[in-house]
Design a protein around this ligand. Structure first.
Ligand SMILES: [Zn+2]
Length: 137
């Protein structure tokens, strides 16, 4: 778990994978929950951050500092609580508001890290909606 947070704090999203049965172990755990092997390796999901894509399966209504919380299911089945950043700049084509992410939106991870605090470190994951870009599935 420390290695997971350590990687996250460097902006690297790493997941544990069981060497015995190849199961992706999520949430991170030093023990495989399928075969109980402790032979677990850490796999970095990005150098290519834009390969980490998923789908919003639940989105919170409330906005917090320009981001919305959403439950994201990644393509490999990992579910995590992420923040979806509203796009107001970049992209250039404009008129992107109203296209905010909702349930079922395709999202792409654009960052991750660890929030330090007195109550401990909290991982966070930033996503942005792909709906504006993908016209077909
Ligand atoms: Zn296993």
């Amino acid at each position: 778990m420390e290695r997971f947070l350590d990687a996250l704090s460097r902006g690297v999203f790493a997941v544990a994978r069981c060497r015995s049965c190849s199961l992706i172990i999520w949430p991170p755990n030093p023990l495989c929950r399928r075969c109980l092997s402790s032979d677990v390796e850490w796999v970095e999901m990005n150098p290519r951050m834009d390969e980490i894509k998923g789908k919003a399966i639940a989105v919170a209504d409330s906005h917090l500092r320009g981001a919305r919380f959403a439950l994201i299911e990644l393509e490999n089945g990992i579910r995590l609580l992420g923040r979806i950043i509203d796009e107001d700049d970049d992209g250039g084509s404009g008129g992107s508001d109203g296209s905010g992410a909702g349930v079922g939106s395709q999202v792409m991870m654009v960052g991750c890290g660890v929030d330090g605090g007195d109550d401990g470190s909290k991982p966070y994951y930033l996503f942005k909606s792909l709906s504006a870009y993908t016209s077909n599935t």
